[in-house]
Design a protein around this ligand. Structure first.
Ligand SMILES: *[C@@H]1O[C@H](CO)[C@@H](O)[C@H](O)[C@H]1NC(C)=O
Ligand SMILES: *[C@@H]1O[C@H](CO)[C@@H](O)[C@H](O)[C@H]1NC(C)=O
Length: 229
């Protein structure tokens, strides 16, 4: 409880980091839509043969002029590097996977998709009857390895957002993609925090009130970093 409250407080005060799984379970971006503020960071994490490119709403499976592209899966060092995109406006940003007919088959997503009019459903529907065009080169973001991303998350003022597995109980990463030792750490760390502090007889109430949330945030950040690996 404390950890969740502190995390959402932190998310409103600092830029948030959003992680999008690209093709972890079939032809999907997960989450498919990302609500993001200016200054937030979106990290695209690739599974075999998938990539991500920005498109215009009216041309769903075609790279847009000046838009971002991660490069093909092989260009992301076979998924070892993730594509980091800085959100610079709250206008909708549409994207798709450039591999094969994935875009036509629904592998599309958006940052700040409207809930009426140009919706993600309308974008996916429009994508069905198009021909995919793959941009010629990586652009509009940075390819970073886990170490670079960990330092970005730890020192850049980023905090886990509500659509990260750390804060949202329902979207926990599937066990197969995460070493079991690290995936358990977030839950253990945050659940053991209140027990540990309340069991300590010498701490004053004030010290408890300060140390418990700090430990919780630290545990959440570490858990988030571990999950990225
Ligand atoms: C798909 O596109 C073709 C060529 O642009 C068009 O003739 C056809 O009517 C479209 N089909 C649908 C279902 O929109
Ligand atoms: C995103 O913003 C950070 C911090 O300002 C900067 O260091 C980084 O180079 C930017 N990344 C891209 C892809 O523009």
């Amino acid at each position: 409880m404390r950890t969740v409250a502190i995390l959402s407080l932190a998310a409103s005060a600092f830029a948030a980091t959003h992680v999008v799984e690209v093709g972890e379970s079939g032809l999907h971006f997960e989450p498919q839509t990302v609500p993001a503020d200016e200054g937030d960071t979106v990290i695209f994490k690739f599974y075999p043969q998938h990539d991500v490119a920005q498109a215009a709403f009216n041309a769903p499976c075609v790279g847009s002029n000046g838009g971002f592209y991660s490069g093909p899966f092989t260009g992301t060092d076979n998924g070892k590097k993730k594509f980091v995109y800085n959100v610079t406006s709250t206008s909708p940003i549409w994207f798709y996977c450039t591999t094969g007919k994935h875009c036509q088959q629904g592998m599309v997503g958006a940052i700040n998709a409207p809930t009426s009019g140009n919706t993600i459903e309308a974008f996916a529907e429009a994508a069905k009857n198009t021909t995919t065009e793959r941009p010629s080169a990586m652009s509009g973001g940075e390819l970073e390895d886990d170490q670079q991303i960990a330092s970005l998350t730890a020192s850049g003022g980023g905090s886990a957002s509500t659509n990260s597995p750390t804060a949202s109980g329902s979207s926990a990463p599937s066990g197969s993609s995460t070493p079991s030792g690290t995936s358990a750490s977030t839950t253990e760390a945050s659940s053991s925090t209140p027990t540990g502090s309340s069991a300590s007889p010498s701490s004053s109430g004030v010290a408890d009130a300060i140390s418990a949330p700090v430990t919780g945030v630290l545990a959440a950040v570490l858990g988030f970093a571990a999950w990225l690996l």
